[in-house]
Design a protein around this ligand. Sequence first.
Ligand code: RFL
Ligand code: PHB
Length: 397
Amino acid sequence: MRTQVVIIGSGPAGLLLGQLLHRAGIDTIILERRSRAYVEGRIRAGVLEQGTVDLLVEAGVGARLKAEGLVHTGFDICIDGTRHRIDLEGLTGGKTVTVYGQTEVTKDLINARVASGAPLIFEAENATLHDVESDRPRVTYETDGETHTVECTAIAGCDGFHGISRQSIPDSVLRTYERAYPFGWLGILADVPPVSHELIYATHPDGFALASMRSETRSRYYIQCPLDTDVADWPDERLWDVLKTRFGADAAATLRTGPSIEKSVAPLRSFVAEPMRHGRLFLAGDAAHIVPPTGAKGLNLAAADVRILSWALIDLFKAGSTAGIDGYSAACLARVWKVQRFSWWFSTQLHRFDTEPEFERRVHRAELDYLLESDSAQKTLAENYVGLPFVDPRGVA
Ligand code: RFL
Ligand code: PHB
């Protein structure tokens, strides 16, 4: 078998890249280790930057997003039970974010892929990359015990943090930077109306909490929890009680509870792998970097990589130019590190660090007080939250 680009992984990065390349007339094969039901059922991100929404619309998968996505013009920061609004729209000259579940983005992209007839192979096992340093790399994989080989011109490693693509870059080339946080998030999804029509990021002496949503009738909440938390120890009632404490009396009075439809623990991590390109292998999304979810940036950063990678590959196949692929890693990393900085900062401000010296705890509190008083500090937060302006590496405005 031969194709132009093999895409490893059908998360949002792989699917969106496949869709953009398909519309540009470039052939791709997407290989996904899991089943379609598993991929469509994974509950993850919820907040899309305007740039991500625009890219999904440009890719031809924006109809349901535009009809069902909830446009948010601000969010609340809740400090020890008192809420303060961050007016994203006012602080950024009119920018907003859209609440639309990653699950829905994934479903829309899979439906578009299936409708296009382009190959998307689920339950593809043991994907292995070969000759990535040559101009004719290959990928082998297995389905039903049979081995297949695909020859191609480029490989997109969109297989997430635990994927195999990054491991194909030799240790002598790859540099990794990591910060693990000493806690995770325990998340709950429930079919109850959200406690507020906007998100609430809460910091409390007991730890962080977040009120988010998927629709006007479906709520998503998270609390900071120890890394070894077992969901079995968290019956719904216990979780609702903690949320009521962390959001304060006003929210507690209106918070609607109900049976959970999903409950899971996710660790928090900051991670970057450099370079994002080795030979004809290009890493995109969580395969190359992870941010803690506090700033809602992971999926948006994956989309930003894919936008740049699609341009680079279109340049390669349509104009025979390697300028785009040569600049790919540097162009992505310039944004990645700024987003790392923001996600690290926002996480550090809002979580409780048990071993933090009292001096630093007070400094953090002072920084939050300053944020509430300072228009400039709020502007910095808002312009990062809605998404930094996109710099086109081709020099086009
Ligand atoms: P994904 O989604 O992990 O997809 C990778 C895909 O590759 C497959 N795969 C393989 N396929 C073939 N062969 C192999 N050897 C393979 N190994 C892996 C996997 O099965 C999978 O289908 O990576 P991608 O596409 O880069 O997308 C990244 C996003 O999923 C991620 O950044 C976000 O979910 C992060 N995130 C959030 N991002 C936001 O922008 N806004 C948010 O509000 C937000 N909230 C969150 C989040 C992540 C969370 N968790 C669970 C970590 C909230 C949470 C709780
Ligand atoms: C979510 O709705 O899952 C969500 C929202 C905002 C975040 C992280 C996760 O910062």
